[in-house]
Write a protein that binds this ligand. Structure first.
Ligand SMILES: C[S@@+](CC[C@H](N)C(=O)[O-])C[C@H]1O[C@@H](n2cnc3c(N)ncnc32)[C@H](O)[C@@H]1O
Length: 261
């Protein structure tokens, strides 16, 4: 919004890192569906479609039961779709930045750590961690699924890192969470956000075991996700991690697990 107002006044705003849109297809699809259904309901209410789309349901001169029910269902679905779309856009553009600040502050980094972000997307947690490092390095890996995050690529991560002034502390690699290309015990901190719920149960178990494998003894694993929390807690215990805690976040529906190896 601020950038839009600045542009209206002919001011070129300073470029900021862009961490992309989560599940862009879902955000667009729900917006289009919500706008279409609301449009139909509103047009019907003001009479534009009163003898149009629902005429097949019309039995007399007034609204039939089925016509009213059809419109009510359409209105409810439209509101739900618009709410989902609005939340996805807000959480990707603003909410996740607030969440990121909370997660990174909770790590209390000294500055010399080796940090890994698995499924780093456009570098949200990766760059947040790098901003707290001095001699340490933040490494991001991803397979760049564009259906899960818009514009995600190695180039976007490095561009965002440069904009944030941390490119010298960030490395990014093409790698699959199911087979991390790192030796055992390489990292002090392993982070992952919003990747695991896109996997099936077997993949999730493999990915978490890989993250635990590359973590140093005494290192911390931080998982931010929307679902499967209790199964993840059980899995983390089975992997031998201790002090597995759910730590509250400042974003609805998002949950954080912190565990120590
Ligand atoms: C919803 S995005 C979240 C990105 C980022 N962590 C964030 O919170 O902004 C999920 C990311 O996980 C990546 N991903 C999905 N499966 C993966 C896998 N098996 N290995 C590595 N990355 C994966 C996707 O490419 C995508 O960038």
């Amino acid at each position: 919004m601020i950038q839009f107002i600045a542009r209206l006044h002919g001011i070129k705003p300073e470029e900021q890192p862009d961490y992309g849109q989560d599940v862009p297809g879902v955000a667009k699809g729900t917006a289009v569906f919500g706008l279409l259904t609301s449009g139909i309901v509103i047009a019907h209410l003001i009479g534009l479609l009163s003898t149009g789309i629902f005429v097949v349901l019309r039995t007399g001169t007034g609204w039939s039961f089925w016509e009213t029910l059809g419109l009510t269902i359409l209105a409810v679905l439209g509101v739900i779709a618009l709410a989902i779309s609005g939340f996805l856009v807000w959480s990707s553009r603003r909410g996740k930045l607030l969440m990121r600040d909370r997660v990174i502050a909770g790590l209390k980094l000294r500055g010399d750590e080796q940090v890994l972000d698995v499924g780093c997307g456009n570098g949200l947690l990766l760059i947040g961690a790098a901003e707290k490092l001095t001699t340490g390095t933040a490494v991001g890996v991803d397979i760049w699924r564009s259906d899960l995050e818009s514009n995600n690529s190695r180039d976007t991560v490095m561009h965002n890192a440069a904009l944030a002034g941390v490119a010298d502390r960030v490395q990014v690699q093409d790698a699959n969470a199911l087979d991390l290309p790192f030796v055992d015990g390489r990292f002090d901190i392993v982070l992952t956000s919003l990747m695991l719920h896109h996997m099936n149960e077997a993949e999730r178990q493999t990915a978490v075991r890989q993250m635990v494998r590359v973590l140093k003894p005494g290192g911390k694993l931080v998982i931010v996700d929307l679902a499967h929390l209790s199964a993840l807690v059980t899995l983390l215990h089975a992997c031998g991690l201790t002090a597995v805690h759910q730590v509250p976040l400042n974003l609805p529906f998002f949950k954080q697990l912190v565990a120590t190896k």
